[in-house]
Design a protein around this ligand. Sequence first.
Ligand code: YK8
Length: 176
Amino acid sequence: GRLYLNKVFHISATKMFELLFTDSGFIRRFMNVRKITNASFTPWQKDASGNMKRSLNYTITISNPLIGKFSTATEHQTLYKESRDGHYLVDSEVYTHDVPYHDYFYTQNHYSIKSNSKRKCRLRVYTDVKYKKQPWGLIKSFITKNSWSGIEDYFRQLEAELLEEEAEINQGGGEL
Ligand code: YK8
């Protein structure tokens, strides 16, 4: 796997969790920017093991002309019960249903939001491309290469949008 994002933001851990993992204005705007449409979210619900789970469905727009313009996707998120106010751990599995070789792979993202101080947190995102069945070597490297470039682009933009949000949250200073 790879670490795609590792950065301290002047945003509290709780606020960061809300921005990324609730139906927030931020995530709606970000999806708009990424041309992610038809989004639907289930509410967070506790499962038998005590973790919280939710699912998202959406349509992604793909810029790679080899692949086609759109794909539906499903994302299953788990908020681990070990999470506390100061440290949120979320796993997400992303299935892209309409891309070539979609039945071979999915993407696993680990998010860690850790409080640094009252108004700061570190956001880390660690990503892996997982295989459900082993494709032919050349196909595998093709999938991996195309996935990584798409994921890198996504998290680079997420970081940029979070920096804008951070500026907005902190402008004027001393509020609250
Ligand atoms: C989530 C990983 C792979 C996929 C894509 C597939 C290439 C197919 C390879 C063929 C299009 C929002 C990605 C980037 C689509 C977007 C996914 C996002 C960014 C040619 C062999 C969607 C995080 C996420 C995880 C995985 C990404 C897909 O929150 O290249």
